[in-house]
Design a protein around this ligand. Structure first.
Ligand code: MN
Length: 481
């Protein structure tokens, strides 16, 4: 188990100006709270809390998130109360722990449609703080790593859930390293025989692969000599699960799968990415049609890199990805990489647009999961939505209470917009001013110069802000007392 001083040291290596006292307090709080508990492995329960915090630190999360990682099971598994957490650690950390506890309250017994629907609603309800989801992913990662201590039946259920829900979620959040890890861990339990067979074959082939990679790497290093472009060269290996899926898809055996070697070139600036590409294409023959520029046109999940495939001097195909250090980090850690700029005020605005894109895409994705079934009424939790996220045409997000109407939205944008509102267009359709808004809606307000608030508007609004502005206007005009 990582020791406290190592955990603090690692945290401070990327957050040098943050006082880690809360981390130490959270550690001893968790230690005491779980004192008499152990894991199925026989380990002290604290090892689990620390492993979760360790992952969060690896993903460079902020202080409240790492503390929440240490404390994430205190509400569910110990007599600790929410009030206690709030008193000891403040509102933010308590809120994160409660968020994780709420997610834990839902158990997915099967992979049926209704479950996906519950999941989707639950995520939406917590979308206001994605850090809750990230703690949950760190929790799941450690549970998967220690799954061998559980009964076979439980292993299968948890692995299936990880494959169906958590790995796709990590993927969607751009946490590709985590996604692959979760998939390979699940694979081992879901298809143990296939896993063992494939692991052996990959192992047998490793020596040959490594030799080819080393040769390709040396050839590339040689042409980069004397260019003054800083460059790290990394070899890339396919995960077992992705190889297995490819075999299934192409209906081929492992021996018949043609997998190109993968290499990554990591440099400092975007200009140098293109410079490296130029050098590579000058010295090696690119495969026609293989070049893709995800820097000028990032993927939907904001992935950026240059991709090209070349023929090595020894005749092997080599897939090359070229990116900056920053692109590399964000492709490994995804949304987590964006989140940690939270404390840098200057950096905040630059990254706000990216975060907003994440949020918007996320909501779109959740709405893509088409499930015809109603949210189970039997679900007696307070996870039902109490907030909706509505976008302006310019992409700004407004958080409103559930049931909020275009009038609330108009006042949330600006009092003047609210006061001169004459109509609303939601997702390109004209709606009435009492139309309830949903998360992900894009709302455009039509205004008319000289138009003024009406008395019946007081019945149409849900927010205190809109109500008080309307009342204020009506009182000024002597329309109401
Ligand atoms: Mn846990």
């Amino acid at each position: 188990m990582t020791e406290l001083k190592d955990l603090v040291g690692k945290f401070n290596s990327y957050s040098p100006h943050v006082d880690p006292t809360a981390l130490e307090l959270a550690w001893s709080f968790a230690d005491k709270a779980h004192a008499n508990q152990s894991r199925a492995s026989g380990d002290h329960y604290l090892t689990h809390c620390v492993a979760v915090a360790d992952s969060l630190i690896e993903w460079r999360m902020d202080l409240p998130t790492v503390c929440a990682g240490l404390l994430h099971d205190t509400i569910e598994d110990t007599p600790t109360t929410e009030a206690q957490l709030r008193a000891e650690f403040g509102e933010e950390i308590a809120m994160l722990v409660m968020g994780v506890t709420k997610l834990d309250a839902l158990k997915f017994e099967s992979r049926d449609e209704a479950q996906a629907e519950n999941w989707r609603k639950m995520l939406l309800a917590t979308a206001q703080d994605i850090r809750v989801i990230i703690v949950k992913l760190a929790d799941r990662l450690h549970n998967m790593k220690t799954l061998n201590f559980l009964k076979r039946e439980k292993q299968e259920r948890i692995a299936a859930e990880t494959m169906a829900l958590y790995a796709p979620l990590a993927h969607r959040l751009g946490m590709f390293g985590l996604k692959s890890e979760l998939e390979d861990l699940s694979f081992a339990y879901l298809h143990p025989e296939e896993y063992a067979e494939l692991a052996k074959k990959v192992g047998d082939k490793r020596a040959e692969n490594e030799r080819q990679l080393a040769a390709a790497k040396a050839a590339i290093e040689k042409v980069l000599e004397g260019t003054n472009i800083p460059c790290r060269i990394l070899a890339r290996t396919k995960t077992l699960w992705s190889t297995y899926k490819k075999m299934e898809r192409q209906e081929k055996s492992f021996e018949d799968i043609q997998d190109a070697l993968g290499i990554r070139l990591i440099t400092d600036t975007v200009a140098n990415c293109y410079a490296l590409l130029g050098i590579i294409h000058t010295h090696f023959k690119p495969v026609a049609g293989s070049f893709t520029d995800y820097i000028s046109t990032p993927k939907l999940n904001l992935y950026r890199s240059l991709h090209t495939t070349i023929m090595s001097p020894t005749g092997e195909l080599v897939e090359i990805q070229i990116r900056t250090e920053e692109m590399h980090r964000s492709s490994e850690y995804g949304i987590a990489a964006h989140w940690r700029y939270k404390h840098g005020e200057a950096a905040k605005d630059v990254h706000m647009e990216e975060k907003l894109n994440w949020l918007r895409q996320w909501i779109e994705w959740l709405q893509d999961l088409n499930s015809p079934r109603e949210f189970l009424d039997s679900l007696k939790t307070d996870l039902e939505f109490n907030q909706v996220f509505v976008f302006t045409p310019a992409g700004e997000v407004k958080v409103l209470p559930a049931g909020a109407t275009p009038l609330d939205f108009a006042y949330a944008v600006h009092t003047e917009i609210g006061e001169s509102c004459v109509g609303a267009i939601v997702n390109n359709k004209m709606v009435r001013l009492d139309h309830p808004l949903k998360s992900g809606d894009i709302c455009r307000i039509n205004t008319k110069k000289g138009s003024t608030p009406k008395k019946d508007w007081l019945n149409l609004v849900k927010t205190a802000r809109a109500r008080s502005k309307i009342r204020h206007y009506l009182r000024e005009q002597g329309i109401v007392e």
